[in-house]
Design a protein around this ligand. Structure first.
Ligand code: PMP
Length: 345
């Protein structure tokens, strides 16, 4: 049986969180604010809503997740770090993650002094749930999954993820930063079925707002209450909150961008695959793809010399000689293809 209380660090379970000035009067009408030591003059002089309620109401409507099941942070990176601070006792607990995957799960483990157990995906980058679960022991608090996965691009099989969610009694994080580019049903719609699930989303990818630093975690309201206890009081600034609301008020561009990026993706994959310097292009459900080249290091430097920057993943496990390439504008994609066609080993 899943028991949240047994997974949470004692100091966090027992924590009395900081109480913001604005939290205390909540619910009553007021016009004189002399409770928070702000300067009464200026336009950005007031602290923002610590729980970002207006913004969460808009996100709730778009994502189909209730407001009380949403945490907002300074990028998904904040939501990743807080998982360690809430659940993992430094030097005692461990986490299990797929490999290769997004680097911040491991970096945050190191920062928090928590053992990180990386379990390789299959050669085709699919998830072997049995192999992953054999790495779990009684001190494993969290399993990290990323779907579609970075840097491999593929969505993990839903049945394998569901097996991990049902067989593991700790927290399972499914990072769906790239789910908007995939046809797979997103896991955030299944929060009711999995009390141990945390799903991550971000404004940085399809929503074209990487600069505002806004990430989302979706989970049971009990898990979100723990996030709210531990986060900095005003972790999402008002400029970010306002800009995010603007994005949500007009999602038409976003649908157009998705259509354009998916059609560019469909065109560029076979064009790269047929180059003599490309050994394989892997199927992708994201706005990037992984290409195995004859000599990734040389091709990477050749592209840099032409002002084209891709990600060289050739030193990542299972990704020998691989470049990770983001789908850009049609002009950017053509510039890449033109340069690759002119490459001479
Ligand atoms: N998750 C994944 C899988 C990512 O690839 C990235 C960024 N590359 C992030 C999270 C970070 O997102 P954010 O900008 O919201 O911190």
């Amino acid at each position: 049986m899943f028991a949240l209380e047994n997974l949470v660090r004692r100091n966090i379970w027992n924590l009395t969180p900081y109480s913001c000035a604005r939290d205390e009067f909540k619910g009553r009408a007021a016009s004189v604010f002399i409770d928070a030591n702000e300067n009464p003059y200026g336009t950005l002089n007031r602290y923002p809503d610590p729980l970002q309620e207006e913004l969460k109401a808009k996100i709730a409507a778009v994502k189909g997740v209730p407001s009380e099941c949403i945490f907002l942070g300074n990028g998904s990176d904040e939501a990743i770090d807080l998982v360690y601070r809430i659940f993992c006792e430094p030097r005692q607990d461990n986490v299990v993650a797929i490999a290769p995957t997004y680097g911040m799960y491991g970096v945050c483990a190191d920062i928090n002094d928590v053992e990180y157990r990386a379990v390789l995906l299959n050669d085709d980058f699919s998830l072997d749930a049995d192999r992953l679960l054999t790495a779990v022991d009684e001190r494993t608090k969290v399993i990290w999954l990323c779907s579609p996965n970075n840097p491999t691009g593929n969505a993990l099989q839903r049945e394998a993820i569901e097996r991990v969610l049902t067989e593991f009694q700790g927290i399972v994080v499914v990072d769906e930063a790239y789910a908007d580019f995939s046809d797979a049903r997103p896991f955030r719609l299944d929060l009711d079925r999995f009390p141990n699930l945390i799903v991550l989303n971000t404004f940085s990818k399809l929503w074209a707002s990487a600069a505002i630093r806004l990430g989302m975690a979706f989970a049971s309201k009990e898990i979100i209450a723990l996030y709210n206890k531990v986060k900095y009081p005003y972790n999402v600034n008002i400029l970010t909150q306002r800009q995010a609301m603007k994005v949500l008020d007009d999602l038409r561009h976003i649908d157009l961008w998705r259509a354009t990026l998916l059609s560019e993706r469909a065109a560029i994959l076979p064009a790269v695959a047929e180059l003599p310097i490309c050994k394989a292009v892997y199927p992708t459900d994201a706005n990037f793809f992984l290409a195995r080249m004859t000599d990734a290091d040389c091709i990477y430097h050749y592209l840099v010399d032409r002002g084209i920057i891709v990600r060289n993943r050739s030193r990542v496990q299972l990704c020998g000689n691989c470049l990770r390439i983001t789908i850009g504008t049609p002009q950017e994609n053509n510039a890449l293809l033109g340069a690759l066609r002119q490459y001479r080993p």
